[in-house]
Design a protein around this ligand. Structure first.
Ligand code: MG
Length: 172
């Protein structure tokens, strides 16, 4: 069982992960409106990943006999200036999420809650990947600049992305 403080923070993280899904869907909607369906697909898949993250916290809290409480999800930003702007905002958002995971880890460590520290390690590694992925697309977009045929090539590439939930039991 968790401390009251840690339980509250874990429930907050469920909200943050669902908010991330919401935010990425808002990005997908903007990209569809810009006829960039491949980039939109990328963020739809990203939203699925975020829901998967939320459910990972949800299941963990339940498994540990904690009580899951769902909080309201804030309205995300819906307007963006460009596809580059979208990815820059996604990158900054992931950096914020990383800080949230570190904060959770700090609390769990301080409270010697070993099951939670072990559980959170997966998220620490996941955040490294999330930040790196956003950063690499930002770099590509910066190189692409005004070259619309290169932009559409990247759009096609990102249109191939699919969501595959991890099946490895050690990641549960
Ligand atoms: Mg996440």
């Amino acid at each position: 069982m968790f401390s009251e403080r840690l339980l509250k923070e874990l429930n907050q993280q469920i909200k943050h992960e669902f908010y991330s899904a919401h935010f990425y869907l808002a990005m997908a909607a903007y990209l569809v409106s810009e006829d960039l369906d491949g980039f939109a697909n990328f963020f739809k898949v990203q939203a699925e990943e975020e829901k998967f993250h939320a459910m990972k916290f949800f299941d963990f809290v339940n498994e540990m006999d904690g009580r899951v409480i769902l909080y309201g999800i804030d309205e995300p930003l819906n307007e963006f200036n460009s596809v580059l702007d979208v990815f820059q905002k996604a990158y900054l958002h992931e950096k914020k999420v990383t800080q949230m995971i570190y904060n959770l880890m700090d609390i769990a460590t301080e409270e010697k809650d070993y099951k939670t520290t072990s559980f959170l390690k997966w998220f620490i590694d996941e955040q490294v990947e999330e930040e790196a992925m956003m950063k690499s697309i930002i770099k590509k977009l910066e190189r692409i600049g005004d070259n619309s045929s290169a932009l559409y090539m990247l759009d096609t590439e990102l249109g191939q992305r699919t969501f595959t939930p991890p099946t490895d039991q050690t990641q549960k």
